[in-house]
Design a protein around this ligand. Structure first.
Ligand code: MRU
Length: 383
């Protein structure tokens, strides 16, 4: 069934596309500024948006111009560096950044790392300029570490896929967007898919469109196309019929927070995929850097879930080319009668017993248990 939907034939290897200008720091005369690829404008346009101060960066985070757990951490760290370089109140900026979105723990982690570096330098008697440099150095370090983690996860994730599916021709279903657009490197789950493709072992990537903001259709399909992957887009509610038809060998997703007991908060719609995978005896694999693990949140029920405006559900909110940067998802065609209430959580929580394995740069946890998470945290502190 799958091959009638073929986009690119198995084994075709177009040259790797140029890296996406996802996020960069610019020094004077352009800066100091944080420059982002405005993800609300993709796939129609590759447009950069320039954040000259922390409120602009907070807006970019909240409107999803910059998004995805690891990249939010990197953006948060550069945001602290930006406040410091421009002589703003660094503590206040750090608080605004860390609170911009509540679920992806990477955001608070990235902010804290740059803030701690700034404080440590200040405590040692550094000038404001030197303390700002310390924050920027830490942001750059986090950026590089995330790229390295992505490469390690890609290798480990592909080895796991090959072990679980010895046939060597994988049909993978994914949800939301987990590629270069969320990372200092090639991403989390998507990096594994890319590695499988490069190794000639990806038969098909099934891409959930990911209602309501279409990160799958707009962003994952875009990344799949530019990398020459054999991919097919489906509506989220078509996933069940795909499993029933025996077309899914594995589910690969990212995470926004993994709690101490191994519960996984990820884009809304992840949990039903895990239930489907369990019923159909298909491996459900979560790929996330160690920065996504939050041992301080005891379990899934304690995870703060972001709820977004109902208008994202009651209106068609695909980006509007030509809209002001970072506001491209505002407004749109009504899908429901005026005044309709909508339930719009941005994330759901998958319990650990539905997760076959958690792949991180510090190792693979399988089965996913509280003890396994504890061991991984101890190991990642040593890496
Ligand atoms: O609301 P978003 O687009 O920021 O949500 C992103 C996701 O849910 C991703 O799946 C998650 O951050 C993992 S990406 C490594």
């Amino acid at each position: 069934m799958a091959d009638q939907y073929a986009g690119t034939d198995l084994g075709e290897q177009p040259p790797a596309p140029p890296p996406l200008p996802v996020l960069r720091w610019a020094e004077p005369p352009e800066g100091p500024v944080v420059v982002l690829l405005d993800q609300t404008r993709l796939p129609a346009e590759e447009v950069e948006t320039v954040c000259t101060d922390v409120p602009a960066l907070v807006r970019a985070i909240q409107t999803l111009a910059v998004r995805g757990a690891p990249l939010l951490g990197i953006a948060g760290a550069y945001g602290v560096a930006l406040a410091a370089a421009r002589g703003f109140d660094v503590d206040a900026a750090a608080t605004q950044l860390a609170e911009a979105r509540p679920t992806a723990v990477n955001l608070a982690h990235g902010v804290r790392r740059a803030l701690d570096a700034h404080r440590a330098a200040t405590d040692k008697g550094a000038t404001p300029e030197e303390a700002a440099t310390a924050a920027l150095t830490e942001a750059r370090r986090l950026h590089t570490e995330d790229a390295e983690a992505s490469a390690t996860m890609a290798t480990a994730g592909l080895a796991l896929l090959d072990e679980l599916l010895p046939g060597g021709s994988h049909r993978v279903l994914t949800h939301c967007n987990t590629g270069a657009l969320v990372s200092g490197g090639e991403g989390t789950a998507f990096a594994v898919v890319l590695a499988a493709h490069r190794a000639g072992r990806l038969r098909r990537l099934w891409v959930d469109e990911t209602r309501p903001l279409m990160q799958g259709a707009r962003l994952t399909a875009y990344e799949a196309a530019r990398n020459g992957l054999p991919y097919t887009l489906l509506t989220d509610n078509a996933a069940g019929s795909l499993f029933a038809a025996g077309e899914v060998d594995a589910v690969l997703v990212g995470a926004d927070r993994v709690t101490a007991d191994g519960s996984v908060a990820n884009k809304i719609g992840t949990y039903p995929l895990a239930v489907l995978a369990k019923y159909h005896h298909v491996p459900f694999i979560v790929v996330a850097p160690a920065t996504t693990i939050d041992p301080r949140t005891p379990d899934g029920a304690a995870t703060e879930i972001e709820h977004r405006p109902g208008s994202e559900v009651t209106q068609f909110t695909a980006p509007t080319p030509g809209a002001t940067a970072g506001t491209g998802t505002a407004g749109g065609t009504p899908l429901a009668p005026l005044g309709t209430q909508a339930y719009n959580p941005a994330f759901d929580v998958t319990p650990p017993e539905l997760v076959t394995a958690l792949v991180t740069e510090a190792g693979v946890v399988s089965p996913v248990t509280r003890g396994g998470i504890e061991e991984l945290c101890a190991r990642s502190r040593q890496v």
